[in-house]
Design a protein around this ligand. Structure first.
Ligand SMILES: [Zn+2]
Length: 140
């Protein structure tokens, strides 16, 4: 956690996992849905733009190197949350990691939405399929 970059936000709603046959189904509690302030379908481009509005001047002063260190710290916090955190804590850490990634992209002048569309928009960059068929021992 820190003061000058993307802040840790409370998770919008708790996510409950339920196993059905061999697949996990994510379900939002009805209570959480009622309290949800906005639609959960936020575009990456909108999110990056929001992060730019909130932090760009500070982010540029800090620079890519300093910002990258914050990203790495947040990834460490995500690792801790995945090991022993609640779903709410994990959600908050995922949000922080995405926020710091968006911050670095802003400083580097990279449009995240465009970047993922170019690289993954038509399928796996390795095999070109929507359901990856690359061998397990290869990085796709
Ligand atoms: Zn593949």
């Amino acid at each position: 956690m820190h003061q000058t970059g993307p802040a840790t936000r409370r998770p919008i709603g708790a996510v409950r996992r339920r196993q059905r046959r061999n697949s996990f189904v994510l379900q939002l509690c009805a209570h959480d849905m009622a309290n949800r302030p906005t639609t959960p379908d936020v575009s990456l481009t909108d999110f990056q733009s929001k992060i730019r509005t909130m932090y760009y001047d500070k982010d540029v002063q800090r620079g890519i190197d300093g910002t990258f260190m914050w990203l790495m710290e947040e990834i460490g916090e995500l690792a801790s949350a995945l090991r022993q955190g609640t779903v709410e804590e994990q959600s908050a850490e995922f949000a922080d990691v995405l926020a710091w990634l968006a911050t670095i992209a802003n400083v580097a002048g990279v449009d995240l939405g465009q970047a993922i569309q170019q690289k993954y928009g038509t399928g796996c960059p390795g095999c070109g399929r929507l359901e990856c068929t690359c061998p397990m021992d290869e990085k796709p």
